[in-house]
Structures are given as structure tokens and as C-alpha cells.
Design a protein around this ligand. Structure first.
Ligand SMILES: [Fe+2]
Length: 184
């Protein structure tokens, strides 16, 4: 074991173990600390990860608290959106791993880093939910779109991933607009 790992070894703080029972040990692995081009790529991917996780949480919150005459189709639509956000943020997190950087999807990180305004607590009217999502999905699409050129200068595969997410978010905006206008 490397010296820097030995120094960070933490012994479990749980109840005392019976005599002879192995003590659980948790080893703090070295933090990934990208520099240069990898740091710039990682920053864009991590920001996108946070935004997509928060969008998925928004979609479930709205799915559970939706009310109104269009409950059924929008209830189902919100789960479709959730599935897409989960697929996308999983790909983003795994791209971070592929470039040697640890993804940070902890709720405290998401809460501190998200640009999205929280949804109101309690019941949410169907037309309000469509407006909330139209605004939030448009915001995230624009933020990810702005990362395409900078990330493409360093990593074409990450750019390709973010491009596919922008296309998906734009498609969600079209769908939300169609629901808002009553054309679905
Ligand atoms: Fe459900």
C-alpha cells in the first residue's frame, strides 16, 4: 500500500467488536486531482452532471405532486424525462471516470452547484409544471450548449456526449412547448 494511503486509513468508529473479530477498515483513496486540459474537461462534465441530477429530482418532485386536468399525460411525461436525465447523467459520470476523474453526485454537491431554482413545495398545477420545466430545460440546454466549443478543444468524445445531451434537451423543449400549446 502506498504511503499516502496508509496515512489516510480510517478505523471504523462503530460499536466495539467482539474479541477476535476483524475490525472494519475504510481506506481513503487518493483524490483525483486533474490538471491542465483534463481539469477543463472535468469541470464541464461535472457541471453538466449536477444540472442533470437536479433536473431528474425536479421531474420526480413534479411527478408526485402534479394536479390538474392533464394529470395523466404529464405524469407519464415527467417519468420519461426522469429516465432521460438518469441515462444522460450516468453517461456523463462514466465519461468523468474514463478520463480519470471522480464524479461527484452527492446531494450536497448538487445542492451547492445547481443553477436551478427549486420547485415550489406542495401540489403543482399541470400548466405551471410545464412552464417550470420549459424554463429549466431551456436553461440547462443553453448552459450545456455553451460548453460545447471549449470542451471540444480538449476532448472530442466528451464534446460528442454533451452534443447528444443538448439535442435531447432541445427535443424535450419542443415536447414541453407542444403540451403547453395543447397540440398533444
Ligand atoms: Fe410514479
Amino acid at each position: 500500500m502506498a504511503n499516502d494511503q496508509v496515512d489516510r486509513t480510517v478505523v471504523s468508529q462503530g460499536p466495539a467488536r467482539a474479541a477476535g473479530q476483524a475490525t472494519a477498515r475504510v481506506t481513503q483513496l487518493p483524490a483525483t486531482d486533474p490538471t491542465g486540459e483534463a481539469a477543463q474537461v472535468a469541470e464541464s462534465l461535472q457541471a453538466t452532471l449536477v444540472e442533470l441530477i437536479d433536473l431528474s429530482l425536479h421531474a420526480k418532485q413534479a411527478h408526485w405532486n402534479l394536479v390538474g386536468p392533464s394529470f395523466k399525460p404529464i405524469h407519464l411525461l415527467l417519468d420519461e424525462l426522469t429516465d432521460q436525465y438518469r441515462d444522460w447523467y450516468d453517461e456523463v459520470a462514466e465519461r468523468l471516470a474514463a478520463i480519470g476523474v471522480s464524479a461527484d453526485g452527492r446531494i450536497a454537491t448538487v445542492s451547492a452547484g445547481t443553477p436551478l431554482e427549486p420547485l415550489p413545495a406542495g401540489q403543482l398545477r399541470d400548466q405551471d409544471v410545464l412552464a417550470f420545466f420549459d424554463a429549466r430545460v431551456t436553461l440547462v440546454a443553453d448552459r450545456v450548449r455553451a460548453r460545447l466549443d471549449p470542451i471540444g478543444a480538449h476532448d472530442l468524445l466528451s464534446q460528442h456526449l454533451l452534443l447528444s445531451i443538448v439535442l435531447g434537451l432541445d427535443d424535450q423543449c419542443l415536447t414541453l412547448g407542444a403540451y403547453r400549446s395543447g397540440s398533444t
